[in-house]
Design a protein around this ligand. Structure first.
Ligand code: SF4
Length: 890
C-alpha cells in the first residue's frame, strides 16, 4: 500500500515485487537511475553491488539498506554534477525525452543535470563509422619452434611467475595444431584434457598469438559459456594491445547477430515504435549505445538486469532477431555494430566466439576467406551438443511462421518496420521482370505457411492451409500416443516418427508440396540476384550491391532450410534413415502449449561437423577439464579407454585422422580441499525432506551453496518452501526460473555475496566459475540420470550396437555431469568445500567421476551437517570403508 501511494526508493523492483507476490510494484528504482547515469558500467544489482559500483561503503546488514538506498540516490545525483562525469554526453537531451515519458527519475535528476552550452549531437550522428579495410592475405605457412612458444608463454605469464611444467607441456602440445597441413581436407586435430588450474587459457593463447604474429592469420577460440568469453577477453590483453597502431582491434569478441543492437530498430523504438515503459527502456538503451564497447546487448556491457526491469521482450525487439536487416539500404549501415564487428573480426588476430557461431560461420559464412581455419574449442566437451543443435532440422509452427513473416512481412497492423521480400527488394522487382515474378510467386506460396493464431486454431481443430493441417495431425497423434499417464502434465511430450497413420503421411505430403512451391521461386530469385551482381545495372552502387549480396545470402540459407524440411517430411512415411533420429513433439511449459514440431537430429552430429568444420580447417583443438571419461578401475576397461568417447565426440574419425592426445592433471590437492558426501536418509520423492535438507545445508554452511536440480518443478518447490526461512536468517536464496533475473546476473550476485546461495538447473552445472569463499558447497538433488527421451534412447541403442552397452553409455554421461558439477567447487588453490548428493541411490561404479584421492563418505544428513558446520574436509578420519553396498538404480 505504501508503494502504491507514493513512489518509494526501490532496488530491483521486479525482484522485490516477486518476493512480495505483488505484481505491479513500481517506484524509483535505483537500478534505472544507475543505467541512466552510468550506462555500460558493470553493477551487481544488489545493495552491496551498487555500493561497490559507486565506490561507497556497503550497508552492513539488511536493516541498513533503506538508509543506504537514500545515500546511493544522493550519490547518483551528485555524480551528474561532477565536472568530469564521464557519461555526460547526451544525458540532458535524453532526460528531456524521459521527462515526456514520465519516467519517475526525470524530475529527481533534472536539477542536477546542466543544460549543455552547445546542442548535443544525436546518437546516430555521434557514433563513429567503421572503416572498410583491405582484404587480408591468406596466412603464411609457418613452423613454430618450441622455444618460441615457451618464450611467448613466459612473456604472457609475466616476469617471476611460478613456472608450471604442466602448462609448458600443454602449450607445446597446443602449438602442434598450427603446423602446416600435410594432406588436403585432413586438419591437425588435438584433444587436450586440461585439469582445472593448469593455466590452459594462456597455455593455448601462447602458441596462438605466436602463430598469428608469424603467419598474419586469424585464430578462433570458441567457448560454450559467455563467462569464459569474458575471461578470455581479459586474458588476451596480455598477448595483444587493445588497439593496433592503425586503430583496429587485434582481438574481437564475435557473437551471433541476434546479440547486437540494431540501430534501425532503436531509432524506430525511439520514434514511437515503443510506448509506455518499453519507450523508457529504449531511451536507456540509447544512453548505453553511446558508450558501449561493441553494441553487444546479451552478455556484453549492457547490464543483464536492464531488460528484466522492464519485464517485456524489449531487448530482443531491439536486436536483429529475424534477419530483417536491410544492409546497405539502412541509413545506419556505416555505423552498424554488427557490420563493424564482422569487418573487425576479418582482420583480427584472435576472434573469440561460441561453438554454435563457429559452426554456422564454417557452414554458411558470407565470405569464404573469413571462415575459421585454426580453431581452439575451449569447453570442448560441449562441442558435441553444439553440433547436435546446429545441424538439427526442426519444422515447427514457430519456425514456419517466422519464415512466413520473412517472406510476406507483417500482416494486420503489426508495429515496427518489418518488411516482406517484395518491399525489401522493390528495386530489383521493378528492374528485373523475372526477379519480380519470382518474388510474387514466393509471396503467394508463402501464404500456405501458418499465420497468426495458428496454435489456437490447432487446439480448436480448425487448421488453415497445408502446414497447419500437418501440425494439427502431428499434435493429435502425439497426444494420442502419450504414455506419460498424465505425469508429464504441463511439460513437453513426444512420440517416435514411425508407424504413423495415413492422415499424418498424407498431410506431410501436402505440406512438402507447399514447401517446394515456396522454395522453387526463391531459388529463381537467388539466380536473378546473382545475375544482377554479375552484370550490374548503372543504378547499382556499392551500397546497393552489398544489400543484394546480403539478400542473396539470407535467401540461400532459407532455401537450405526449406530443402531440409522437405527431406524431413519425405521420410515420414518411408523406412527410417539410420543416420537420423526423427520424432514429433508438443512443446509445453507450465501447462501452456507453445509449439508443435517435427524434429530431426543426426544420430552422430559429428559427421556433419567433420565435413563442415574439420575438413576445411588446418588445425583444430578441443580442450576441457572434463574431456576424457574417468572410467575408473571398477569397470575393468583397459587403459586408454578413457579417451574413447572424447575421440568419438570430436569427429576426428570422420576425417580419417588420428588425433593427438594430451593430458595435464590438475595441480590442486583435492584430497585435502574437497570431499563428497552422499546423503543416505533422504528418500527419493520426499519433497518436504528434500527442501528441509537444502535449508539445513545452507544454514550449516552459512550460505555459499550452489544447489543443482534436474527438474525445474522440484527446484521451484524447494525454493518456495525454504526461501523465506533463510531470508529471515540473513541467508539470501536466489533461483533460476523463480527470480526475474537473467542467469548471468544471478551468478554475479552469488559471486558477490558470500552469504548468498543459488539454486539452478543443468545450465549452471558447468557455467559457473566462482572461485573463493562464495561457493563452498555444491548440492545435487540426485544422481543426474539422463532423461530417457527418444533421442537419448536412439543413441544409447546405437552405442550398444557398436559394442558397448546401454548402461555404459548412460554411466559415461552421468560421470561427465558429476565431474562438471564437482568442477564448480575448486576453482583455485585456496578453494575448499563439500560436494553433496542428496540421494542414497548412488552406484559405486560412478564414484570414479571424482578426482583421485577425494574422500567420499556415505552419511546421514545429520552427520553431513556436522561436517559442514565444523568445516571438516578430507581424510581427517577414514572415509567409510569400501563403499560396497551398491544400491539398485531406482
Ligand atoms: S545495417 Fe541492419 S542490423 Fe545494422 S542497424 Fe541497419 S538494419 Fe540494423
Amino acid at each position: 500500500m505504501a508503494a502504491a501511494d507514493t513512489p518509494v526508493l526501490i532496488l530491483n523492483a521486479p525482484l522485490v515485487a516477486n518476493r512480495l507476490g505483488y505484481p505491479d510494484l513500481s517506484g524509483l528504482d535505483l537500478l534505472e537511475a544507475f543505467a541512466f547515469v552510468h550506462p555500460a558500467r558493470f553493477c551487481v544489482p544488489t545493495a552491496r553491488g551498487l555500493a561497490e559500483a559507486l565506490g561507497m561503503e556497503p550497508p552492513e546488514g539488511d536493516s541498513d539498506v533503506p538508509e543506504f538506498l537514500q545515500r546511493a540516490a544522493g550519490a547518483l545525483c551528485a555524480a551528474c554534477e561532477e565536472p568530469e562525469w564521464f557519461e555526460r554526453a547526451g544525458a540532458w537531451s535524453a532526460l528531456q525525452s524521459l521527462e515526456r515519458l514520465r519516467w519517475p527519475w526525470a524530475q529527481v535528476l533534472r536539477p542536477h543535470i546542466a543544460r549543455p552550452e552547445r546542442a548535443e549531437k544525436w546518437l546516430f550522428s555521434a557514433l563513429p563509422e567503421w572503416e572498410e579495410a583491405a582484404e587480408r592475405a591468406p596466412p603464411r605457412q609457418v613452423d613454430l619452434p618450441a622455444e618460441a612458444v615457451l618464450a611467448r608463454l613466459d612473456h604472457l605469464t609475466g616476469e617471476g611467475a611460478e613456472r608450471r611444467e604442466g602448462q609448458r607441456a600443454y602449450a607445446q602440445d597446443a602449438a602442434r595444431i598450427f603446423a602446416p597441413r600435410t594432406k588436403r581436407e585432413v586438419p591437425h586435430v588435438a584433444l587436450a584434457q586440461a585439469g582445472t588450474g593448469i593455466g590452459k587459457t594462456l597455455g593455448y593463447l601462447a602458441p596462438a598469438s605466436a602463430w598469428a604474429e608469424a603467419s598474419g592469420g586469424t585464430v578462433w577460440v570458441s567457448t560454450y559459456t559467455k563467462n569464459l568469453q569474458r575471461q578470455l577477453r581479459s586474458e588476451s590483453r596480455r598477448a595483444w594491445p587493445l588497439k593496433r597502431p592503425d586503430g583496429s582491434p587485434p582481438v574481437v569478441v564475435r557473437k551471433g547477430r541476434e546479440n547486437y543492437l540494431c540501430l534501425l530498430n532503436l531509432e524506430d523504438a525511439l520514434q514511437g515504435g515503443f510506448a509506455g515503459r518499453p519507450a523508457i527502456l529504449a531511451q536507456l538503451v540509447a544512453r548505453w549505445a553511446a558508450f558501449t564497447r561493441d553494441g553487444d546487448m546479451i552478455g556484453g556491457d549492457l547490464p543483464g538486469w536492464l531488460g528484466t526491469l522492464f519485464r517485456r521482450r524489449g531487448i530482443a525487439a531491439l536486436t536483429d532477431q529475424r534477419g530483417e536487416c536491410v544492409y546497405a539500404g539502412c541509413p545506419h549501415y556505416r555505423k552498424c555494430f554488427i557490420e563493424r564487428v564482422g569487418r573487425e573480426s576479418a582482420n583480427a588476430d584472435l576472434v573469440i566466439a561460441n561453438h554454435a557461431l563457429v559452426m554456422i560461420n564454417a557452414a554458411r559464412g558470407r565470405d569464404h576467406a573469413q571462415r575459421p581455419t585454426r580453431i581452439v574449442f575451449d569447453e570442448g566437451h560441449h562441442v558435441f551438443e553444439a553440433a547436435d543443435s546446429t545441424f538439427a532440422a526442426t519444422l515447427s509452427g514457430q519456425e514456419a511462421i517466422e519464415l512466413r513473416r520473412w517472406i510476406i512481412g507483417p500482416e494486420k497492423k503489426a508495429r515496427g518496420r518489418r518488411r516482406g521480400l517484395s518491399a525489401r527488394l522493390a528495386d530489383v522487382a521493378s528492374y528485373d521482370e523475372a526477379g519480380g515474378e519470382a518474388i510474387d510467386a514466393a509471396s503467394e506460396a508463402g501464404k500456405l505457411l501458418p499465420s497468426d493464431g495458428w496454435l489456437q486454431r490447432l487446439v480448436e481443430g480448425e487448421p488453415w492451409g497445408p502446414l497447419e493441417k500437418l501440425l494439427f495431425a502431428v499434435r493429435s497423434i502425439t497426444y494420442a500416443r502419450d504414455e506419460s499417464g498424465g505425469q508429464e502434465a504441463g511439460y513437453g511430450i513426444e512420440t517416435e516418427a514411425s508407424g504413423l497413420p495415413g492422415e499424418v503421411i498424407e498431410a506431410a505430403g501436402a505440406a512438402a508440396e507447399a514447401l517446394a512451391a515456396i522454395r522453387v521461386p526463391l531459388i529463381r530469385l537467388g539466380g536473378r540476384l546473382e545475375a544482377i551482381i554479375a552484370d550490374p545495372p548503372d543504378w547499382l552502387d556499392g551500397q546497393g550491391r552489398a544489400r543484394i549480396e546480403g539478400a542473396r545470402h539470407s535467401l540461400s540459407w532459407r532455401v537450405e532450410l526449406l530443402a531440409a524440411w522437405e527431406a524431413l517430411l519425405d521420410r515420414l512415411g518411408g523406412p527410417a534413415d539410420p543416420e537420423f533420429v526423427d520424432w514429433l513433439a508438443v512443446d509445453r511449459n507450465d501447462a501452456r502449449e507453445f509449439d508443435v514440431a517435427i524434429h530431426r537430429r543426426w544420430l552422430d552430429p559429428m559427421k556433419p561437423f567433420a565435413r563442415v568444420v574439420l575438413e576445411p580447417a588446418h588445425g583444430v583443438m578441443l580442450t576441457s577439464a572434463t574431456l576424457t571419461d574417468r572410467i575408473g578401475s571398477a569397470t575393468g576397461d583397459s587403459r586408454g579407454a578413457e579417451w574413447d568417447s572424447a575421440i568419438a565426440r570430436s569427429g576426428a574419425a570422420h576425417v580419417d585422422c588420428a588425433p593427438m592426445l594430451t593430458s595435464a592433471s590438475s595441480p590442486f590437492d583435492y584430497a585435502s580441499r574437497a570431499e563428497v558426501l552422499i546423503i543416505t536418509d533422504i528418500r527419493k520423492g520426499d519433497l518436504p525432506a528434500l527442501a528441509g535438507a537444502y535449508a539445513r545445508i545452507i544454514e550449516a554452511s552459512e550460505g555459499g551453496v550452489l544447489g543443482l536440480f534436474t527438474a525445474i518443478r522440484r527446484m521451484r518447490a524447494v525454493h518456495g518452501r525454504i526461501a523465506d526461512r533463510l531470508a529471515r536468517a540473513g541467508l539470501p536464496l536466489y533461483a533460476q526460473h523463480v527470480d526475474p533475473i537473467d542467469t548471468g546476473t544471478l551468478v554475479d550476485i552469488f559471486r558477490d555475496d558470500p552469504r548468498a546461495s543459488l539454486l539452478g538447473t543443468d545450465a549452471l552445472r558447468d557455467g559457473v566459475d566462482v572461485p573463493g569463499r562464495s561457493l563452498r558447497c555444491v548440492a545435487l538433488e540426485s544422481v543426474p540420470w539422463p532423461r530417457p527421451d527418444i533421442l537419448h534412447k536412439a543413441r544409447r541403442a546405437a552405442a550398444a550396437e557398436a559394442g558397448g552397452s546401454g548402461s555404459q553409455y548412460d554411466d559415461r554421461i552421468i560421470r561427465a555431469k558429476l565431474a562438471q558439477g564437482f568442477g564448480r567447487l575448486i576453482r583455485g588453490k585456496e578453494d575448499a568445500g563439500h560436494f553433496i548428493v542428496l540421494s542414497p541411490a548412488f552406484p559405486s561404479r560412478l564414484l570414479s567421476a571424482f578426482p583421485e584421492g577425494t574422500a567420499i563418505r556415505r552419511v546421514t544428513l545429520d552427520q553431513a551437517l556436522a561436517r559442514i558446520s565444523a568445516g571438516l574436509i578430507g581424510p581427517d578420519e577414514p572415509a567409510e570403508a569400501g563403499i560396497e553396498n551398491e544400491e539398485a538404480r531406482t
